[in-house]
Ligand binder design. Structure first.
Ligand SMILES: Cc1cc2nc3c(=O)[nH]c(=O)nc-3n(C[C@H](O)[C@H](O)[C@H](O)COP(=O)(O)OP(=O)(O)OC[C@H]3O[C@@H](n4cnc5c(N)ncnc54)[C@H](O)[C@@H]3O)c2cc1C
Ligand SMILES: NC(=O)c1ccc[n+]([C@@H]2O[C@H](COP(=O)([O-])OP(=O)(O)OC[C@H]3O[C@@H](n4cnc5c(N)ncnc54)[C@H](O)[C@@H]3O)[C@@H](O)[C@H]2O)c1
Length: 463
């Protein structure tokens, strides 16, 4: 039996980062991946596919130019599913090449197959031909991520009633789409399809969506989506989905209201991918959503077995998963690991995109911190005018007492890139003065930081 100092189950962001980090210290590392290619949910069905589809839709539809040329403007007429998938496959192939090269350069071994525990240090790997390989790991990292929640009452057919993993196999573009579950996945895809002029209805059992985001931002976002023809059915769960003869689906809501849609995307959360791991053989238990609990070092209840990434739950981001993987490698091989800074950004790649870092206004109020806000609408900036931005805003929150930046919330073009300026100032404990006193490139959207800061400054008592 081959012996490794670290065996990683799963080749997503957390597994990869841990494997490469350990290999940098000349540790013998094996990554086990059940899919034929490495990359994980992040590369094959989640982050990259959804972001590539979004970018392709924005480019081909001419969405960014419509303020100038009208809503019927298109870069390409008759956009097909094939147009979207062609670019997707090219992007994914490049990324897989990069990742494989990274493993080769760093001498990380990887093997295809489904792993399960035999005992706390031994794993069996069953490949697609049924061949079994056993390996020993001094340390083991469970980085198996999640899979879509697929309840029995949804009649998934892989074509017109699908989950988010299946969207990348789209055969035709629907004329209408119902999205069930207004989480990040549901909202990203709802708005991407809406940019293609698909009629979208979002169904959500709760009365609100994306509760972790500042409410003022969500109000602006919801207003923009309604203008884009997105319909919301909030406060209602789904009772049944029936196929309609001749095509399409009929969704009956709990209040008996009907929603008709060519395609249904069920995006109501994800479950930890631990059901095939035989965790009991390792002495580990999973929770009701098949997730694994860990301590601050990402150790499970068995010290030499770690878990990281989506399989441990919140925040379930590719960005944070990578950092968790690095900390696992540091702890496992007794190297210094620095704690991640308190605030990390959220990027929601909807159309328009949103990004946020630090406290929302609601959170500041709950904590009883005296504060002031500053707002800039992108059309107030010269760059916004040049780009034809009719919408988009940035909101900054400052402490009245310390003048420190407490939170930045952005909806609109470039939000997911712009946020990092706010993140740096926030984590370096900067104040309002940073934005007022520094010179910003002109014309840029980053200038919105200065405009929003001056807006707050005008209303705040001087020091
Ligand atoms: C549609 C969608 C969009 C997203 N967009 C973003 C985004 O824009 N930004 C962002 O930061 N995050 C995004 N995420 C979240 C991001 O994809 C995850 O946080 C990230 O992929 C989690 O990484 P991970 O390390 O847990 O591994 P994962 O990427 O979940 O990969 C786990 C791997 O383990 C393998 N595996 C599972 N069980 C076994 C087994 N028994 N044996 C061997 N291999 C196994 C799986 O095949 C898989 O390849 C998105 C997710 C989805 C679904
Ligand atoms: N840009 C990003 O960073 C990004 C993008 C996509 C996904 N992700 C990650 O992926 C994870 C999973 O995303 P998600 O959107 O699937 O899950 P989620 O948990 O964020 O949202 C699920 C939504 O479905 C609703 N819901 C639950 N049960 C339902 C039911 N039976 N019927 C209808 N609706 C129901 C919930 O109220 C919730 O609004 C998230 O935690 C997120 O961190 C991140």
């Amino acid at each position: 039996m081959e012996r490794y100092e670290l065996v990683v189950i799963g080749s997503g962001p957390s597994g990869r980062r841990a494997a490469v980090q350990a290999a940098k210290w000349n540790k013998r590392v094996l990554v086990i991946e059940k899919s034929p290619a490495i990359g994980g949910v992040s590369v094959h069905t989640g982050t990259l596919p959804s972001k590539t589809l979004r970018e392709t839709v924005l480019n081909l539809s001419g969405w960014r130019e419509r303020t100038f040329y009208g809503r019927s403007y298109r870069v390409k007429d008759n956009i097909t599913a094939g147009d979207l998938l062609e670019r997707l496959h090219m992007t994914l192939q490049h990324e897989v090449d990069n990742l494989e090269h990274q493993f080769v350069r760093n001498k990380v071994d990887w093997i295809q197959g489904l792993a399960h525990f035999v005992d706390p240090n031994t794993l069996e790997i069953v490949d697609d031909d049924g061949e079994i390989t056993s390996v020993h790991g001094d340390k083991i990292l469970i980085a198996t991520g999640t899979q879509p929640h697929r309840p029995d009452y949804i009649p998934f057919d892989g074509e017109t009633i699908i989950d988010s993993d299946e969207i990348i196999d789209l055969k035709t573009l629907p004329r209408s789409l119902a999205v069930i579950g207004a989480g990040v996945i549901g909202i990203e895809y709802a708005t991407i399809f809406s940019a293609l002029d698909v009629a979208v209805t979002v169904i959500e059992p709760r009365e609100t969506m994306l509760d972790f985001i500042d409410r003022e931002l969500i109000a602006e976002f919801t207003h923009l989506l309604r203008q884009q023809n997105v319909t919301f059915r909030f406060g209602q769960g789904v009772e049944a989905i029936d196929k309609v003869e001749g095509g399409g689906n009929m969704i009956t809501l709990e209040n008996k209201r009907i929603v008709k849609a060519d395609m249904v995307l069920f995006s109501a959360g994800r479950m930890g991918a631990t059901d095939k791991l035989s965790l009991d053989k390792a002495g580990i238990k999973a929770d009701h959503r098949n997730r694994i609990q860990v301590n601050e070092n990402f150790q499970t209840e068995v010290d030499h077995i770690y878990a990281a990434g989506d399989v441990i739950g919140f925040p379930s981001l590719a960005s944070t998963s990578m950092e968790q993987g690095r900390i696992v490698a540091c702890h496992a091989f007794e190297q210094d690991a620095y704690d991640a800074p308190e605030y990390f950004p959220y990027g929601i790649y909807s159309v328009p995109e949103m990004s946020t870092v630090g406290m929302s206004e609601e959170e500041v109020q709950q904590r009883g911190i005296p504060y002031e806000c500053g707002v800039c609408h992108f059309h107030e900036t010269a760059r916004g005018q040049i780009m034809g931005l009719s919408h988009g805003m940035m909101k900054m929150i400052f402490s009245l007492k310390t003048r420190r930046l407490l939170g930045v919330h952005i909806v609109g073009e470039g939000a997911t890139e712009l946020i990092h300026i706010g993140q740096a100032v926030l984590n370096l404990k900067g104040t309002l003065e940073y934005f007022v006193e520094n010179t910003f490139n002109y014309p840029t959207l980053a200038e919105a930081y200065k405009v929003a800061a001056l807006d707050a400054w005008n209303r705040m008592p001087s020091e």
